[in-house]
Structure formats: C-alpha cells, structure tokens
Ligand binder design. Sequence first.
Ligand SMILES: NC(=O)c1ccc[n+]([C@@H]2O[C@H](COP(=O)([O-])OP(=O)(O)OC[C@H]3O[C@@H](n4cnc5c(N)ncnc54)[C@H](O)[C@@H]3O)[C@@H](O)[C@H]2O)c1
Length: 437
Amino acid sequence: MTEAKRIREANGKLGVLMPGMGAVATTLIAGVEIMKKGLAEPVGSLSQMGTIRLGKRTEERVPKIKDFVPLAPMDGLVFGGWDAFPDDAYEAAAHAGVLHKDHLNAVHDELRAVKPFPAVFNPGYVARINATHKKEYDSLREAAEQVREDIRSFESQNDLERAVMVNCASTEAYAQPQKAHFDLDEFEKALERSDASISPAMIYAYAALKEGVPYANGAPSLAADIPALVELADNAGVPVAGKDFKTGQTLMKTIVAPGLKARMLGMEGWYSTNILGNRDGEVLDDEKSLKSKEVSKLSVLESILDPEKNPELYGNISHVVKINYYPPRGDAKEGWDNIDIFGWLGYPMQIKINFLARDSILAAPIVLDLALFMDLAHRAGMSGIQEWLSFYFKSPMTLPELYPENDLFIQQIKLKNTLRAFMGEDLITHLGLDYYE
Ligand SMILES: NC(=O)c1ccc[n+]([C@@H]2O[C@H](COP(=O)([O-])OP(=O)(O)OC[C@H]3O[C@@H](n4cnc5c(N)ncnc54)[C@H](O)[C@@H]3O)[C@@H](O)[C@H]2O)c1
C-alpha cells in the first residue's frame, strides 16, 4: 500500500461558480436541484454512480467512488456565475430549451434564485453575442479585481467553505499563447495596459486562481492553459484542468479509435460532421470561434493512433471535422462519422456512427464531476495541472514536454489510480499473474 494523502474534510458548503450560465450550466443546476429532492439519479456522473475496485479481485471490495473518497456532498453545492445576459437560471434554462417544463418547474424557486453577475465581455472574442449584462472598467486589471470581488461576496453571502470555478462560457475566438501569456509578471503588466491578447476567459481564470479557487475550463477557449496562469496555479497551490468537455462526437472518437488501434486495424480517414442549433452552435457559426472548437476536436486522433510508430496503418489519415449551425435542432445535436478502415491484405471497410445526442445532457454530469474532483484535489494538497482529469476533456492540459493521453480507457485508469493513490490503496496494474502462482 502507498501512503494516503492527508485530505482536508469536505465540511460546509461548496460554491460552484460558472462563467457562462447558458445551456450546460443551467442543465447542471436544474439537475442537481432535482436530485437534491430525490427526483432523479445522477446518470452520467462517474463521481456519483461509478464504482472503484480496490485490492485483489478475490477481495471483492468495489465501493462507489463517492463512498471511497471524501467528496463534497451534492446537498452542499451552491451555484453562481456570470453571464452576458441578466436572465436568472430559470429564464436561461427555459431559453436553452434543454429540459422539459416539468423538470424546470420542479425546481422553479431554486433556479430563480441563481442570478448571474455581469460578465467581463469583449466582442472581439465572442462576435455573435450582443451582451446586455457586462461590467464597466477602465483596465483589464480592474475587470479582474471586480471578478475577484464577486467571488468573495458570493462566498460570504452564501456562507461557503470553499469554491471551484468551471468555465461554461461561449467559445472564444481562436488564440495562441503570445508574449503577454508567457509569464505571470508579463501577464499582470498586460492586464494593467489592457492588452488585447488577454481574453475574458483568462480574466476569470486569473481571478479564480488569485482567490485560491480551483479552475477547470469546459470551453475550448485559451484560458488557464497559458504558462502565466499555470505559474500562478503552481505558486498559489491551486489545481487547474482543461479543456473543452468531452461529450458527444469526440467521446465516441476516443472510445472507438483505441479499439481499432488495439486490433491493429488501419485507417485511411475519419470524416466527422455535426449539426447543432443552440446558442453554442450560433457562437460557433463565427469563423474565429469555430476554429477554437475545430482545433480542439482534431487533436485527439493523432495522439491515440500515433502515426509515427505505425506509419503503415495510420501514416496517411485524412481527418476532417465539420460543424454547422442548424437552428431547428436546438440542443439536440446530430453527429455523423464515417470511418474508412482497412484490414488483412489492405481490404477496405467502413464504419458509420450516427449519434443523436443531447449536448447539455452529456455535459452537465461532467461539470458536476469536475467541480467535485477539483475540490477534492485542492483539499488533498494538489496544485497546478491535474492531468488525471483528462478523462473529461477533448484537449487535456499536460506539462509542455508531455503528449496528452486521449484514450478514454487509459484516462479512466489514470483517474481511478489517482483516487486509489489519494487514499493509500494499491494501484491496479491488471497484471493478475499472482492469482495463478
Ligand atoms: N454542451 C456540450 O456538449 C459541450 C461540450 C464541450 C464544450 N462545451 C462548451 O461549453 C460552453 C457552454 O456551452 P453551452 O451549450 O452552455 O453554450 P450557451 O451558449 O448556451 O452558454 C454560454 C453562455 O456564456 C455566456 N457568455 C458568453 N460570453 C461570456 C463572458 N465573457 N462571460 C460570461 N458569460 C459569457 C453566454 O451569454 C451564454 O449564456 C461552450 O464554450 C461550449 O463550446 C459544451
């Protein structure tokens, strides 16, 4: 057995702060409030429904994860956040159209009580939104100070013990790290002079870290994944993770691709196309935001198939991803995948996947798990990049010298072994030879 980490107890209430209180955030809030009343099960949530094997198979110790590690209880979660529109969570959820009226009405009062703070908004980063609820400030440093003040007042008004932040805001225009992002000192100077390379997503992340609040990025926007903010997270002893929730098509990709690779089947191409009609889709209808999403979606195949090691199987893959805004579908996204594979003697075969998904239904339990696991990591004394939470992301954050692990099954092993390590249990290698000795 390894030595267990000292984990602070999950006493008191945990605030879950979300920049962006749209479809995903309100589906999470409504779902948790419904579950607090015992009216539904947390389907899709590993932290709530998943089990974890401990020790040898013969020991038959397989508790639920939530009974194994000291997670904050769902009953003690309090939700808040920021949005570019003033709608409370009831109005925003009704607008998003994900959940039926019956579900919303069952938690009407709880949703009405969740009102967003005004957003830090820059139309240069999200072109398709006409923000009506935004902060006024003279410099980006002042914007960050205001967000920090929001966090503090939310914590004190709700009598919170701790908080976490999960970014659920619209996808921002594609950006790559530049000079102002390379170290914390440069970043803070850039805030002072309101440098255009500092996005709203970075300001929320900075404010959270300065307040000692763990930060996870559910959007594909460049945020905590810049050296300056990783430095801040390390210095401040606060966990960060990202980015871009792995929900529909990419989830399927990271389930199917490892299987094909395991069988050494070759691949010539993978063509993915999607239609979606929610506000997320509308934002992605802008080319600059779309690029952030496409880059994030494209990254997974190469790291799973590793064409350099198997050029004869994966050296010449045509990987295409298309996303189209199609209003009639609302949040009910449809994805089509055509996979051209080949087998023995190079004979070609095709696989078609047609996923009629519900975006926010898939994303909400991820936000819940991330909030609870990030809080756990913080209480366990972890800081900086939390690679063990790669399971939840399309583009997992890693140290610059490491390639990301995108295979869902390796990610799951990594996550569960991290929980075992936290609790001082043996790591599971699946070797199993000792049973036969
Ligand atoms: N639903 C999924 O399956 C899924 C999967 C992966 C990633 N995501 C990402 O999660 C994010 C949220 O998705 P959604 O479907 O809830 O979108 P949404 O459009 O319903 O909600 C986003 C909200 O963010 C608000 N917003 C925009 N700029 C803001 C700012 N600067 N500050 C605060 N709020 C701001 C918008 O007003 C909107 O209410 C998007 O970035 C999306 O790409 C979603």
